[in-house]
Design a protein around this ligand. Structure first.
Ligand SMILES: [Zn+2]
Length: 432
């Protein structure tokens, strides 16, 4: 494979990962790419009427996004080619009343969002970012994004001298052990987190008309930039590869696909906590958009039955130190192509019809394809595929690139796999 296009593709992917410390920032970054490509933003509050052929996108809660291209012909006759991914990743979220002062150290109370691997959060240079809701000088509630953009918080480990069993059985008590340290104060000082956020916003956007911070959804993130690594540049290491990698690949494929076809990308928030929310895959976002695009009930159901969803979310590669955690015949390898995820108990939505279609797609662009099935007797994770399949009745396949360390603060993927998946999804969005 010619390495120049892969190198450029990976650089753009790394840039997107670094720009997107939270789902809000990911949606803002994706919106920017879409605007640049001529996609028109729709508002759910407006009357859409009958949209003419063209390129559109909508966001909900600033954290989920749907982008689509509409053909000249009736979508009931074509269905939509859909790719689904999620914008959220496990992390630590700052609580509403987070201020704690112990031994002159200011700490922030945090909640664990999703199934995070907690140990890797220790001894990292952390920053904070998210959405802030504030009042302006006219007493109106508005929202903006905040990013402290430098190391401002840290969760130091307990020294091994104080816990000789640490390498055998250190467990993390999230309430007691996770509050990060953000500063040191004098004996009589108090601290107000909302004021710190206000100061940061005034620094970040001096022209912003803001009088008071009311609320926020702020999470901690690792300041270490995403990187290509390995002696031969074989890997990509970054936070949030699950599942911003798939968001990026889906978006890039949509931008490079045939925009005269009915193509759609949906990137939803809250997958890591079960998808049940206004902006989650189990909420009404996708259903409501599709209803407005094809309102006649008879035509709507014809459109759904002609549609297909590729649900893209990372898969578990076979780890050389823990190979016994995989079924030997279904252990995907890094840089060996996208993975079809199958589960007899429907934790994945893949069936033989949709997997055959995906295998053919890979074949058409000379990309190898792999299979993942969890070890028999072991519980299986799930993703947004089965949710879309069951709520909309759209035929669906679950796929993803193989990765290590899923849900760690730093995950690992292959430097060729995202590029290969991009070829396959572009083909999906292109072939008639
Ligand atoms: Zn995921």
């Amino acid at each position: 494979m010619d390495s120049a296009p892969i190198t450029e593709f990976n650089q753009n992917l790394l840039e997107f990962l670094d720009k997107s410390p939270t789902p809000f920032h990911a949606v803002a970054a994706m919106s920017e790419y879409l605007e640049k490509d001529g996609f028109r933003k729709l508002n759910e509050l407006d009357t859409w009427g009958t949209l003419s052929a063209g390129k559109y996108y909508i966001t909900r809660n600033d954290s989920s996004l749907i982008a689509f291209t509409l053909p000249e012909v009736d979508v009931a006759e074509t269905g939509f080619k859909m790719v689904g991914a999620h914008t959220d990743s496990p992390c630590l979220k700052v609580k509403p009343q987070p201020e704690k002062i112990k031994h002159n150290l200011v700490q922030l109370g945090v909640e664990v969002y999703g199934g995070a691997l907690l140990n890797p959060w220790f001894d990292r240079d952390l920053s904070m970012a998210g959405r802030v809701s504030y009042i302006d000088s006219q007493q109106e509630i508005k929202h903006t994004l905040v990013n402290f953009d430098k190391a401002v918080a840290i969760i130091p480990s307990l020294a091994i001298h104080l816990d000789r069993e640490a390498n055998k059985d250190r467990t993390v008590n999230p309430q007691d052990h996770l509050p990060p340290i953000v500063m040191q104060v004098g004996d009589d000082d108090s601290i107000d987190f909302r004021k710190l956020v206000l100061q940061q916003l005034q620094k970040q956007t001096p022209d912003l008309d803001i009088t008071k911070v009311l609320d926020y959804e702020i999470c901690l993130y690792d300041t270490q930039a995403a990187a290509v690594t390995g002696l031969d540049d074989d890997f990509i290491s970054s936070a949030r590869l699950d599942n911003l990698l798939s968001c990026y690949v889906g978006l890039n494929s949509l931008l490079n696909g045939d925009s005269t076809q009915a193509n759609l990308l949906v990137c939803s928030d809250h997958e890591e906590v079960g998808s049940v929310s206004t902006s989650g895959a189990q909420g009404s976002f996708l259903e409501s958009v599709l209803q407005r695009l094809c309102p006649d009930i008879e035509q709507h159901h014809r459109m759904l039955q002609r549609s297909m969803m590729i649900s893209a979310d990372n898969a578990h590669a076979i780890h050389p130190n823990y190979s016994d955690k995989h079924d030997a015949e279904h252990g995907p390898k890094i840089n060996h192509g996208p993975v079809i995820k199958t589960n007899a108990n429907q934790r994945y939505a893949t069936n033989s019809d949709t997997s055959a279609y995906f295998r053919q797609l890979c074949d058409q662009v000379d990309v190898p394809v792999q299979d993942f099935v969890v070890r028999t007797g072991m519980g299986c994770g799930s993703t947004i595929g089965p949710i879309t399949a069951s709520t909309l009745g759209v035929k669906t396949i679950d796929i993803g690139v193989p990765t290590f360390a899923m849900h760690s603060i730093r995950e690992l993927a292959g430097s060729q796999d995202a590029f290969m998946l991009n070829k396959v999804l572009t083909q999906f969005y292109t072939k008639s």
